[in-house]
Ligand binder design. Structure first.
Ligand code: BGC
Length: 366
């Protein structure tokens, strides 16, 4: 992570802008913000919650809890915030934009000191940022970028790299042939970054005629049922003859594999996914899924928690890395994703305790 303490001038300008933007409300929170680089803010080692001495409360507005990873994010983020001596109120909108805005308004009216948002819809969530800022509350965009809004910090993984890792793994196995791309939800900025990464790697193969992408569709709302329908369509349109599948996450990869299974070719066609979900890890050891991309969620949740609490306490966070969200250059912390296959599953997700060995190998002899 390339992070630094903001230069005096940058700080001065940023503070000036901040004061202008936040007006006179909640001045107590911003009068003497302290500048910190990420390295300077140490996580408390405590495993048990420490008392919330200064009454800091974080609001966590989530898109959905209907996937394994988001349950982990929720629990880890809550624990990390509590370990830092603050409290957190969590609401999940289950894919409903209007509900997410409403829930964010509820958190704002409860007087949270900072809002952390996993947007369902990158554009629609800009409304949440406006409302939070009007109330003098800063917003941290968690895992997914909120577009066209003046967000205060973005903490995620290098999502373009996720797609590159997928395509690198699969092109090593299938340097020539017909590829299917099952994308994520086009309302999620990450889905675009994953796809960009995939095509960064595929393009030279496409240009020299070795690879043809015979199917390329988004999966509305990331719903597995939509991924299933997409994969059926992809197979049908190509007379059942495809050579590789890159799916934007493990839930969509699982559905693609289901369709391949029904066609009797699961295990013969390499498939990439993402998230290192338990079901995907099991498919990798049994041989129906080739790889997944492991994003250590504990690190994401802990980084986001400590930065959120620091900002809520009035500290000004600056990062060297900036991501343009269509409106501003957003200070960003982007963690590194890791490619996982049968060969390195033991020393990655299992060694990290992300999944237990007995769960991953359940039913499959080593
Ligand atoms: C996340 C993925 C997740 C997907 C669907 C993306 O924004 O980065 O990890 O699988 O959303 O929830």
């Amino acid at each position: 992570m390339e992070l630094r303490i903001g230069r005096v001038l940058t700080l001065f300008v940023s503070l000036a802008l901040f004061f202008v933007a936040s007006g006179c409300e909640k001045v107590d929170r911003t009068l003497q913000p302290e500048v910190k680089s990420v390295e300077n803010i140490d996580l408390l080692p405590a495993k048990e919650a420490v008392p919330n001495k200064d009454g800091i409360k974080i609001g966590f507005s989530m898109d959905t809890l209907e996937e394994e990873r988001w349950l982990r994010d929720r629990d880890l983020f809550k624990t990390a915030v509590e370990n830092l001596g603050a409290e957190v109120e969590i609401l999940a909108a289950n894919g409903d934009d209007a509900l997410q805005v409403l829930q964010a308004e509820t958190l704002i009216s409860q007087g949270v000191d900072l809002l952390v948002v996993v947007p369902h819809n990158a554009e629609a969530a800009a409304t949440i940022v406006k409302k939070a800022h009007l109330a003098g509350i800063k917003v941290l965009s968690y895992d997914r970028l909120i577009k066209n809004a003046d967000i205060d910090l973005y903490v995620s993984f290098d999502n373009e790299r996720v797609g590159e890792l997928q395509a690198e793994s699969i092109t090593k196995l299938v340097p020539k042939g017909k590829y299917v791309y099952i994308g994520g939800a086009d309302t999620d900025n990450n889905a675009h970054l994953f796809k960009k990464g995939v095509f960064n790697v595929l393009q030279p193969f496409i240009d020299n005629g070795d690879i043809t992408v015979v199917y390329d569709q988004w999966t509305k709302n990331w719903l597995p049922s939509n991924a299933y329908a997409n994969m059926q369509e992809a197979l049908k349109a190509n007379g059942g003859k495809i050579d590789a599948v890159i799916a934007a996450n493990d839930a969509t990869a699982g559905m693609a594999i289901q369709v391949l299974m029904e066609a009797g070719i699961a295990g013969d066609v390499p498939v990439a996914g993402q998230d290192a979900e338990l079901a995907a890890a099991q498919r990798i050891v049994e041989g129906t899924q080739t790889m997944t991309v492991y994003k250590p969620i504990p690190t994401l949740a802990e980084e986001a928690a400590r930065l959120a609490v620091a900002m809520a306490r009035g500290e000004y966070i600056d990062t060297e890395r900036k991501v343009n969200n269509g409106k501003v250059e957003v200070s960003s912390v982007l963690l590194s994703p890791i490619a996982v296959n049968k060969e390195n599953i033991d020393e990655t997700v299992i060694a990290d305790g992300f999944h237990l060995e007995e769960d991953v190998y359940a039913g499959n002899k080593r």
